[in-house]
Ligand binder design. Structure first.
Ligand SMILES: [Fe+2]
Length: 155
């Protein structure tokens, strides 16, 4: 996992350079984001404990790859700032992804996740999501209510 602040934090383009010094897990925790490394050999046990502790009821796996039909259309739904009424829970099995998350002072915190990373973006917290240049990620998702997981865009 890599963390950085985006320089133009309020309305910066998606590709802004991130500064490498700077945010810590405490900055993520301050806005309710959970981050953990899960063990390769027993991530399901850790996910099961998380489900019990936080009330998630469904689990699935999503994969995005360069040959995924309509990949750009799918990514377009997540590249603009949005929130959900359910938590966004992702455990990365393969590939990479980038979450930009609104920190406590409205600056963007850029979080690049990779295999073994668990991230929970809490309900009602503004964020956006991109793939890296590899354009590939496979991750486990957990939901409290799959029907409630719909992006609501920031005006
Ligand atoms: Fe989202």
């Amino acid at each position: 996992m890599q963390l950085g602040w985006l320089e133009d934090s309020l309305h910066g383009p998606a590709g802004s350079d991130a500064r490498r010094e700077g945010p810590t897990l405490a900055d993520l925790a301050a806005v309710g984001v959970l981050y953990e490394r899960l063990p390769d050999d027993d991530f399901q046990g850790a996910l099961d404990r998380l489900r019990e502790a936080r009330g998630y009821v469904t689990q699935d796996v999503i994969e995005l790859r360069p040959d995924t039909p309509n990949l750009d259309g799918l990514l377009a739904k997540f590249k603009d700032e949005h929130l959900h009424r359910d938590d966004e829970v992702r455990f990365v099995l393969e590939g990479e992804g980038i979450f930009d998350i609104r920190g406590a002072d409205e600056r963007w915190i850029r979080v690049q996740v990779e295999r073994g990373d668990l991230i929970v973006v809490p309900a009602m917290l503004y964020h956006r999501f991109f793939l890296t240049e590899r354009r590939q990620i496979r991750c486990v998702r957990l939901f409290k209510d799959a029907a409630g997981w719909v992006p609501e865009y920031r005006a």
